[in-house]
Design a binder for this molecule. Structure first.
Ligand SMILES: [Zn+2]
Length: 267
């Protein structure tokens, strides 16, 4: 999965320091990532004339910064392309930086009083110097659900909208006031009409593309396995056998991990 970068390690403790040669500098424009013309990322020594550097995080001893590099000769890469970027740890760093870029951009001004916000010195937060409002990076909890029936089949879906057209699983965001298990039950019911039981947690994944922390769960149908698909959310929902060939996305996502786990007979 995209966050699995061992033996390298993400150091997200907030210890801003001045950039030095060898550190990486990310720059973004909307959903595009700015790279050098050869599609590798800028090092600090390659762009040291271009103004403000905002500390993001480190991986091992290398720090990553946010800056505006549009004035340099560059190429652009979409966030979708970054899913399969090599080396993998730089792809993970670039999309994690993109999540922080979006958060900083969305919080340039205080939502309470309208004053320009500034990065806090001690923690990863934007602070209003006028009223003291503090805004932390937004992380939305969501679930990915592997539903099995009593015929040992897995419910696979295809999303109705968006740019992802491969097989997926039931998925959705946690709503106000509910537990993560209640999210599983509600989302499955809304998207497929099914009732489920025996909800078991598998693992989770930070998914910066949607500022999400995805929780993977397995469960099984508790009554009829007849699907009543929500056509506004899905364009396909059906039961799949373990022997099927199911084209999934890259191994970057928890969805692919879970579908492959089922196909290998491990779930
Ligand atoms: Zn304020």
């Amino acid at each position: 999965m995209i966050q699995e970068i061992a033996p390298r390690k993400l150091d997200n403790s907030y210890k801003p320091r001045d950039p030095k040669n060898g550190d990486y500098v990310f720059s973004y424009s909307g959903s595009q990532i700015i790279t050098k013309p050869d599609r590798t990322f800028f090092r600090y020594e390659e762009c040291s004339h271009s103004g403000e550097y905002i500390y993001l995080f480190a991986i091992d001893d290398t720090a990553f910064y946010l800056a505006d590099l549009h004035s340099l000769p560059h190429a652009v890469m979409s966030t979708q392309e970054i899913r399969t970027y090599e080396p993998k740890y730089l792809g993970f760093a670039a999309i994690t930086g993109w999540q922080l870029y979006g958060w900083i951009n969305d919080n340039r001004f205080c939502g309470r009083c309208g004053t320009a916000m500034i990065p806090d010195e001690k923690e990863r937060a934007m602070r209003c110097p006028s009223c003291g409002n503090i805004v932390y990076p937004r992380i939305n909890p969501a679930v990915i659900v592997g539903i099995k029936n009593d015929k040992d089949q897995l419910l696979v879906t295809k999303y109705a909208g968006g740019s992802y057209h491969k097989y997926a699983l039931v998925a959705g965001y946690t709503e106000i006031g509910e537990t993560i298990e209640e999210t599983v039950i509600r989302e499955v019911k809304e998207e497929t009409g099914l009732d489920v039981t025996d909800i078991e947690y598998d693992r989770c994944q930070p998914w910066s593309f949607t500022s999400t922390l995805l929780f993977g769960f397995w469960c099984r149908t508790s009554g009829s396995d007849e699907i009543h698909m929500d056509k506004s959310e899905l364009r396909l929902a059906r039961w799949a056998d373990r022997e099927e060939e199911l084209p999934t996305g890259s191994d970057a996502s928890l969805t692919s991990y879970m579908i492959n786990k089922f196909l290998k007979g491990l779930a």
